[in-house]
Design a protein around this ligand. Structure first.
Ligand SMILES: Cc1cc2nc3c(=O)[nH]c(=O)nc-3n(C[C@H](O)[C@H](O)[C@H](O)COP(=O)(O)OP(=O)(O)OC[C@H]3O[C@@H](n4cnc5c(N)ncnc54)[C@H](O)[C@@H]3O)c2cc1C
Ligand SMILES: *[C@@H]1O[C@H](CO)[C@@H](O)[C@H](O)[C@H]1NC(C)=O
Ligand SMILES: *[C@@H]1O[C@H](CO)[C@@H](O)[C@H](O)[C@H]1NC(C)=O
Ligand SMILES: *[C@@H]1O[C@H](CO)[C@@H](O)[C@H](O)[C@H]1NC(C)=O
Ligand SMILES: *[C@@H]1O[C@H](CO)[C@@H](O)[C@H](O)[C@H]1NC(C)=O
Ligand SMILES: *[C@@H]1O[C@H](CO)[C@@H](O)[C@H](O)[C@H]1NC(C)=O
Length: 702
């Protein structure tokens, strides 16, 4: 979509991604899909991964599907029901969400984190079929420093790699983030809460009559709310595994979080049971079924919002940009959305000198949404004091779920492209962006009309000055003939245009009445002179629309059929089969172009009157815009080159006004043209050549 403006355009950018978490891997897949060459650097070897589950809400799910990842293929099960309990086990409410889920285009699924991560890694290591774009994936590669200004990353051993841009996807403890200027003070801090996370085979709970009732439904998201602690449980892996997130004040499990390398897992299980001992006995029984070594404790970190997610050639995504509290299960989803937005704005036609602007666009697209969901999560996680109103999580859910970042960013990129295209024409229908056409390509680049061809047949005649005057803009002052003679001259001039770039090389016909020797006097007394064009008929919609709206020319539609023979030229004009005009030039003989000394219409300035009506019955007769328009051929850069001129020995024309039935929309025009007497045919000729001045120089005269 972007204009090709001569800057370097490669077959894919070289993109360096720091961190192969959910955000980094999704970005790699999406950027490769766009055609780029991606290198990912991951510090770990992925030997030990945390077993846990996560939500793939519709907003993230749709993006994964677009990238060819279908969570049900790796065991994700749909969310079917949400249930809330008090800590003591009293059920507050339970809702089936299956019907609600039909509101979202994509499913709301519960996935095993490792299975998602594995699926992403498999996608990364499966080359694309055309092999044009690529991903190079390096583990055990810790990035020590990133330089946003030359897009260079530095590893521990001092080696450096330079790319076209860097994606910082290195999670909550991001080092990429430190490359944003004036953000040194923004660091993750404890939110005051920690979470125990572990997985448990669902069968173990079903086998025990005391706990079976808690896990009887498939796809059930259950939450138990204490004052300052809560338990979130849901199944994953085809409903075979239960995932627990047990949030509590972090000081209560503090000794275990002190150093993750010195964990004593059995102490974790005992601690957890103690911290949740006030919960219902069946819940405590359920928790006690955890394998001691599987229980991990996480300190939940929060962070102040960054002023932006971009700097020069660096973009931050996921937790590096906006660490998430887990209370809405949206952290991974927002990282996936970030990845999608980034890939969309970096379309394959991105030139290297556009990278910074496009990353700025990425920031603009993502900043509000990511920080808003971040703050919702904070709000949802807040302990409620008695009397506090519970936040309406369904409002948040509508905001979170009802978004398709791929499509949204696609539109934002379009709007960005349109804005940069300062030359482009906006006209109805505006929903689709600026229109290509007259005088420019769809990139807004001016077309070369020098190669376009024209063939103009004209019949100049002497006629009644009074009747011509009656065709001046009625009830508008300032119009008159320059001289006082009672005869005046007008020309019917018909042009066939061809080889127009903006029409894919084809052309169209037009015919108009040009009244010579007219002047329009401005309010300040100064006058402009030219040929006045009261009406121009054209045989194609596109130039009619743009000509009326932009140039202010009084264009209307008519069929214009040309019969060119060896020595004659005939034009027949009509509307839906009703023929109203017949113009005939006979005895054509080629002459030396320079032998014609009379002024040529193309060298005369042209005067028209623009009038655009206001919408609405109460506005009948009111113009949005009306004024005289002057087109001065001298200012047009495209010069017509005449190749051949033919003079006619004989010429005539006949205009049949027909009636209102036959010309329901044109009769008022044609009947007036039909009134014009022909005192004398002054000249009739055909001029053929190349180079079509396009009237872009038309200007309002006020
Ligand atoms: C308790 C808990 C529960 C959660 N539950 C959910 C949930 O249900 N749904 C949900 O959507 N989200 C959930 N999240 C959040 C989610 O896990 C994160 O928001 C998400 O993983 C962010 O993805 P990321 O790619 O930005 O970061 P990460 O997944 O953290 O990935 C960062 C990667 O970068 C690597 N890295 C870091 N530094 C460097 C470096 N210097 N050089 C090279 N590599 C580096 C890391 O090793 C890591 O692999 C939860 C989080 C927590 C803590
Ligand atoms: C879940 O079910 C799907 C489809 O039946 C199957 O392909 C997949 O292997 C299962 N996954 C797990 C983790 O059981
Ligand atoms: C990029 O700039 C850094 C200084 O910020 C410098 O150390 C490094 O060598 C530069 N890299 C390249 C490839 O120019
Ligand atoms: C990052 O984006 C912001 C806002 O979109 C913009 O003002 C800023 O100039 C960008 N920063 C850089 C260094 O490009
Ligand atoms: C894109 O998303 C933003 C919210 O992030 C919203 O305000 C905007 O209306 C959306 N635009 C489209 C075209 O979907
Ligand atoms: C066409 O006209 C030219 C003269 O202008 C003449 O020489 C030629 O014979 C004519 N051709 C036909 C087919 O009439």
């Amino acid at each position: 979509m972007a204009p090709t403006n001569g800057t370097e355009q490669k077959a894919g950018l070289k993109i360096l991604i720091v961190g192969a978490g959910i955000g980094g891997l999704t970005a790699a897949i999406a950027l490769r899909k766009q055609g780029h060459h991606v290198q990912i650097f991951e510090q770990s070897r992925f030997a030990t991964e945390t077993g846990a589950a996560l939500h793939l809400a519709p907003n993230a799910n749709g993006i994964l599907r677009r990238l060819g990842l279908f969570p049900e293929d790796f065991g994700a099960n749909p969310t079917q029901r949400t249930t809330e309990y008090t800590a003591g086990g009293h059920q507050l409410h339970t809702h089936s969400v299956e019907e609600a889920n039909t509101r979202w285009q994509h499913p709301w699924q519960l996935a095993h984190r490792i299975e998602l991560h594995d699926a992403l890694k498999r996608a990364v290591s499966t080359p694309t079929s055309d092999g044009k774009a690529s991903i190079e994936f390096k583990t055990s590669s810790r990035v020590e420093r990133v330089d946003p200004y030359n897009a260079t990353i530095t590893f521990a051993d001092g080696t450096q790699i330079q790319g076209d841009l860097i994606v910082g996807a290195d999670g909550v403890h991001s080092i990429s983030r430190s490359a944003l200027p004036n953000c040194e003070h923004i660091k993750p801090f404890p939110s005051g809460k920690s979470a125990f996370r572990f997985l448990l085979p669902r069968q173990k709970a079903l086998d025990d009559p005391e706990t079976a009732a808690l896990v009887q439904h498939t796809g059930e998201l259950s939450m138990w709310f204490g004052v300052d602690r809560r338990i979130v449980m849901y199944p994953t892996s085809n409903n075979s595994i239960l995932n627990f997130v047990n949030i509590h004040p972090d000081e209560e499990s503090a000794s275990e979080t002190a150093g993750s390398d010195t964990w004593d897992q059995s102490v974790n299980l005992d601690k957890m049971l103690k911290i949740f001992s006030s919960f219902s006995p069946s819940m405590v029984k359920l928790l006690s079924k955890a394998e001691p070594e599987s229980v991990r404790v996480w300190k939940l970190l929060d962070m102040d919002i960054l002023p932006k997610f971009n700097e020069s050639r660096l973009a931050l995504i996921g937790d590096a940009a906006h660490p998430f509290l887990p209370h809405q299960g949206q952290g991974a989803a927002v990282a996936i959305e970030d990845a999608a937005a980034l890939a969309v704005v970096l379309s394959l036609d991105t030139t290297t000198d556009e990278i910074e602007d496009r990353l700025e666009l990425y920031n603009e697209i993502r900043y509000t949404r990511a920080t808003k969901i971040q703050s919702f999560s904070r709000l949802v996680g807040k302990d409620l004091k008695p009397g506090d109103e519970k936040p309406n999580i369904w409002d948040f859910q509508n905001y979170n779920f009802g978004h398709d970042e791929w499509d949204n960013s696609t539109q934002k990129l379009r709007e960005w492209t349109w804005k940069r295209n300062k030359n482009a024409y906006w006209r109805m229908p505006i929903a689709f962006g600026p229109m290509p056409g007259p005088r420019q390509t769809h990139f807004g680049v001016a077309q070369n009309s020098q190669k376009s061809t024209f063939s103009t047949a004209s019949i100049k005649f002497k006629t009644s000055r009074t009747l011509l005057e009656a065709l001046f803009p009625p009830m508008r002052s300032g119009w008159r003939f320059s001289v006082h003679d009672t005869v005046a001259y007008a020309t019917f001039s018909q042009t066939t245009l061809n080889k127009l770039d903006w029409l894919g090389g084809s052309g169209y016909n037009h015919i108009g009445l040009y009244i010579h020797g007219v002047e329009y006097t401005r309010e300040d007394g100064s006058a402009v002179k030219g040929a006045y064009l009261p009406v121009l008929f054209e045989s194609l919609t596109d130039p009619i629309i743009s000509g009326r709206e932009e140039l202010g020319m009084p264009k209307i539609y008519s069929t214009i059929d040309i019969y060119r023979r060896n020595t004659s030229y005939r034009v027949r004009t009509g509307w839906e089969g009703a023929l109203w005009g017949d113009f005939l030039l006979q005895g054509l003989e080629e002459v030396d172009s320079s032998s014609l000394t009379e002024e040529k219409p193309a060298e005369e300035a042209l005067l028209t009157y623009k009038y655009l009506p206001t919408t609405g019955p109460e506005n009948k007769g009111k113009a949005v815009e009306e004024y005289t328009v002057l087109y001065d051929a001298i200012t047009d850069e495209t010069k017509a080159k005449v190749h051949k001129t033919y003079k006619a020995q004989k010429a005539s024309f006949a205009i049949d006004p027909l009636d209102w039935e036959q010309l329901p929309t044109l009769h008022h025009v044609i009947s007036r043209l039909a009134e014009l007497p022909i005192y004398d045919i002054v000249e009739a000729k055909i001029v053929e050549g190349e180079g079509v001045p396009d009237l872009a120089g038309a200007r309002p005269i006020v």
